[in-house]
Structure formats: C-alpha cells, structure tokens
Design a protein around this ligand. Structure first.
Ligand code: DAH
Length: 341
C-alpha cells in the first residue's frame, strides 16, 4: 500500500498546469470527491485495525500535498495570465516608438565647422593623437626649453619622453606639409590633450579644429577674409569680428579673433564678462621657420593658420558653462540637443 502512496506523492509533486483544462484535469484527479484520494479514504475500512491510524495519517499527508499543489498551480496560471494581458494590446498601426540617440553637440559643431570650410575648398585631414616631440613642438618653432612649451603640458611616456599625447592639432600642419607639395588648404579636426586639473573650465582632453592655407602670395587679407566669412556663417551674418595681436611660436604676426557676444548681442553678460566680445580662435601668418622645417621654400610660399576649440564654440552656441558635461554621457544633458538631429 505504501508503494501506491509514494507513487501518488511523486505524481502530485511533478504535476503542471499550463492551461485551465490541465488545471481542471488535476482537480478532478486529486481534489474532487471522486479523486484517487477518495478511493484511498474508502480503503481505510479494509485495513487491519492496528495499522489504520498510520495509514490514515499517510492518506491525510497526500491530501495536504495535493491541495498545496493545487493552490500553486492556480497561482502559476494567474501570473502567466496577467503577463499576457500587459503585452497583449499591441496596435500595429501606430508609428514605432524608437528612442533614437541624439547628435552630440560637439559632433554638431564639428560638422558645421567642416561644412563651412569645405564650401571654400578646404579638405579634411587627420593626424595621430600620439605624437612625437618634433611634430607637436619643435617643427612648430617651439625650441626645446622655450617657455611657450610650459603652456601646453601634456602626458608623456617615462620610458620614451619623445612620445606624448598631442597638445594641439597644429601638429597636423607639419604632417601634411612635410609629406605633400603646396598649395594646401586643409582643416584638421581632432582630440587633443593637456595635463590640466579637471574643472568646469579645463579638461585633460578636448577637441580642436586646425586650419591652414599655404600658396603663393597668401597674405593677411586672405586670413582675415576667410575668418570673417567663417564667423558670419557660424554665428550669423550680423556677427562682428575683431582681431587682437597675440603670440604663438608658429605664426608671425599672430592674432586672436573675437566675435561680438552672440548671447547678449554685445550689450554685456557674464559669458563675455561684460566686454561684449568673446574670443573664439587663435591665428596668424605661418612663421617662415615652420615652412622651412617642412622643406617648403618660404620665399616662394606663404600661408596662414588658425586653431579653435570645439568645446568653446559649442559653449558659446549652446551656453553650456561646464566643460565636463560634454564627456559625462548624461542623457539628461544629451537629450537637450534632440533638435539638432
Ligand atoms: N595651437 C594653438 C593652441 O592650441 C591654437 C592655434 C593658434 C593654432 C594660432 C593656429 C594658430 O594654427 O595660427 O593653443
């Protein structure tokens, strides 16, 4: 007899019910009045009186097991049901709700700058982010131990101090000029690195766009006209431009270019520090030494160059006042640029 009970227990434990019909089949077999358990209870009277108590206990155990299992099966079916319900009403005629990414504000500004210069014949060039001393400094007329290097501290490799992360995209000027023949009209966007403590106003990496133009008879007038055109295309035709004398080792003369503050329209605000002007780039006529360092005859060719920070331009365009936001990948920040896509 106890063999029969064991087999029943095993059958109950293994029972499943994926549909209401299967649940009903289980109920009929193990719970209802006509269930196999009913038969077992009917058997009690045939058991020897001294064994009846033990047998009765065993049958009660099976009954309990069957009832517990029944509750389990009901619960299982109910949760499967609600799962179905939540995904059931799909309206296939609705447009898909795809959460597309956004154009990163730096990508947007990068693309705009490239677009504007491509219209006047500039090609896009690329150069390595891991540079050597010659291309990043020496060829650009930063003599070794010159204080100008101080302003552009970067990350070096201890075992080979000749290799460093480039501090500016001006190095691409050298790479192109030493390998190709003039005339050049090139734009070199890319990532650059500085050994700076990270704050709202400085970061250990950021992006620049370098531009340069080398040909016969290129003069300051070409530089100014090109950059006037650029500023007006990017910030609007009513933008005013001014040049201030400056110093860069690789240009002579050198100038920084300001635009009239596009936020307060020149009236004065905290972005332009109440001056009405904001600086957007450095520029100048390429120093003859730089041309000669690349094997270009500086008597025959002249050129101008300029360099600007993409983050800085983006900051002025979108009034973002913390540089760190650009690389933190916070969707709450990025979603604010959905309109650019
Ligand atoms: N390389 C300079 C910097 O990182 C920016 C720059 C200034 C580039 C003047 C130029 C230039 O080509 O003519 O600060």
């Amino acid at each position: 007899m106890s063999e029969k009970i064991k087999a029943l227990k095993a059958e109950i434990s293994a029972a499943t019910a994926k549909t209401q019909d299967e649940l009903e089949a289980y109920r009929l077999k193990f719970i209802s009045r006509k269930s196999v358990l009913g038969d077992l209870f009917a058997d009690i009277k045939n058991i020897a009186p001294e064994d009846r108590k033990a047998f009765g206990q065993e049958v009660n155990e099976v009954k309990q097991l069957a009832e517990e299992k029944f509750k389990e099966l009901i619960a299982g079916l109910e949760s499967a049901d609600t799962g179905n319900k939540s995904s059931a009403p799909v309206d296939l005629t609705l447009p898909p709700n795809i959460n597309l990414g956004t154009v990163h504000p730096l990508t947007y500004v990068h693309n705009r700058i490239v677009e504007i210069f491509q219209k006047i014949g500039f090609n896009v060039a690329d150069g390595p982010e891991i540079e050597d001393d010659f291309h990043n400094f020496t060829a650009l007329n930063f003599p070794e131990n010159h204080p100008a290097r101080e302003m552009q501290d970067t990350f070096f490799i201890e075992s080979n101090p000749d290799i460093a992360l480039r501090t500016h995209t001006s190095s691409v000027q050298i790479r192109i000029m030493e390998n190709q023949k003039p005339p050049f009209r090139a734009l070199a966007p890319g990532r650059v690195f500085r050994n700076e403590a990270i704050s709202a106003r400085a970061h250990c990496f950021f992006h620049q766009v370098e531009g340069f133009f080398v040909d016969k008879n290129v003069g300051l007038v070409d530089l100014k006209q090109t950059l006037y055109y650029f500023a007006k295309e990017l910030f609007g035709q009513d933008t005013k431009v001014r040049f201030r004398p400056s110093y860069f080792p690789f240009t002579e003369p050198s100038a920084e270019m300001d635009i009239s503050c596009n936020i307060c329209k020149g009236k004065g605000c905290n972005i332009c520090k109440y001056s009405g002007w904001v600086e957007i780039l450095g520029s100048g006529m390429i120093d003859p030494n730089v041309l000669e360092n690349c094997g270009i005859d500086s008597e025959e060719y002249t050129g101008f160059a300029f360099g600007m920070g993409i983050e800085r331009i983006a900051m002025l365009k979108f009034q973002v006042n913390d540089l760190r936001l650009y690389s933190e990948n916070d969707v709450r920040f990025l979603n604010q640029f959905k309109h650019l896509s």
